[in-house]
Design a binder for this molecule. Structure first.
Ligand code: MEV
Length: 309
């Protein structure tokens, strides 16, 4: 039996503007993960993914089936036409469609498991490139940040189409991640923003430039011991204000963000595509429990506490 996994992720700064060439910061979230197992044998290659309500034979897969796309991308990489018989089982504890990278993590786990099954090796850069191929099918215009942070499993300062820059975290910090429970497909939110950008490029380019300045300051604050961690919270609040002006927040996100701030968070913002999904709050370690309680009281469907290091 071959087993492989990949973590979830949060975007700390710069979602959306990263699609338009501005820098962004993301980090893996190891509290949640996707896993893929392959057992050899059987009359063909079968794919079972209970969380995604999928159970199919690879030969019968529909052209737009994302799990089959990940398998085909890996086969093409290994220059193989077909797989030996086996059963691939995919599971994930990452909430689906809520900005925590479930799609990219599932694809990463699948291509890693296939490499193991075929006795081949894949570098993190190979995994990232394969997952990016699948992301393009789902999202249309992905920046590449999700596949990069998930494949390398390290905090990154990311600029589209540039080599990966690992981010050195001078002092670990704690995030509380609150789930609105609202599913918001990245493709839809990114597509709607693209239409607004096309209608008013000057305004949106201005927003993206402001977020780029925030992301650069945040990089310095994360990397340098001399800057107080709490300064990152202020930058999160500033980033959130612009995301709201861009129309990618939601009443549910705003409610959880306000609750976290009222409970004493240093700052809070949506994370990922927005429109629903998850928010993150930067909190002093001693008030983690209070922020957790406040988020649940404000309607969070799930709360994760994670340390970025
Ligand atoms: C999604 O995690 C982040 C977005 O910026 C989309 C992307 O970068 O491809 C919203």
């Amino acid at each position: 039996m071959i087993t492989a996994s990949a973590p979830g992720k949060v975007i700390l700064f710069g979602e959306h503007s990263v699609v338009y060439g501005r820098p962004a910061i993301a980090a893996p979230v190891f509290n949640v993960s996707a896993s893929a197992q392959i057992e050899a044998g059987g009359p063909g290659f079968r794919v079972i993914a209970p969380d995604l309500a999928r159970d199919f034979w690879l030969r019968d897969a529909l052209p737009d089936e994302p799990l089959a796309a990940a398998i085909r991308a890996a086969l093409a990489h290994f220059t193989l036409d077909e797989l030996p018989p086996g059963t691939l089982t995919v599971q994930s504890t990452i909430p689906l469609g809520r900005g925590l990278g479930s799609g990219a993590a599932i694809s990463a786990a699948v291509v890693r498991a296939l490499a193991g099954f075929l006795g081949r090796s894949l570098s993190p850069a190979d995994v990232s490139a394969l997952v990016f191929e699948v992301e393009k099918l789902h999202h249309g215009t992905p920046s590449g940040i999700d596949n990069t942070v998930i494949a390398f499993a390290q905090p990154v300062y990311f600029i589209k189409e540039r080599p990966i820059q690992r981010l050195r975290v001078a002092r670990p910090f704690t995030l509380v991640i609150g789930d609105t429970g609202v599913v918001a497909p990245t493709r839809r939110v990114v597509g709607a923003l693209r239409q607004r950008w096309q209608a008013n490029p000057q305004r949106y380019e201005g927003y993206f430039d402001e977020i780029a300045v925030i992301a650069r300051h945040a990089k310095l604050a994360i990397e340098q011991e001399v800057v107080a961690v709490s300064a990152l919270g202020k930058l999160m609040d500033e980033n959130q204000e612009i995301l709201e002006a861009m129309g990618v927040s939601s009443p549910e996100l705003a409610g959880l963000i306000a609750a976290a701030r009222a409970a004493g968070a240093w700052g809070a913002k949506l994370s990922g595509a927005g429109g629903g999904g998850n928010m993150i709050a930067l909190v002093p370690p001693e008030i983690v429990a209070a922020v957790q309680t406040a988020l649940v009281a404000a309607g969070a469907s799930g709360v994760i506490v994670t340390e970025i290091r």
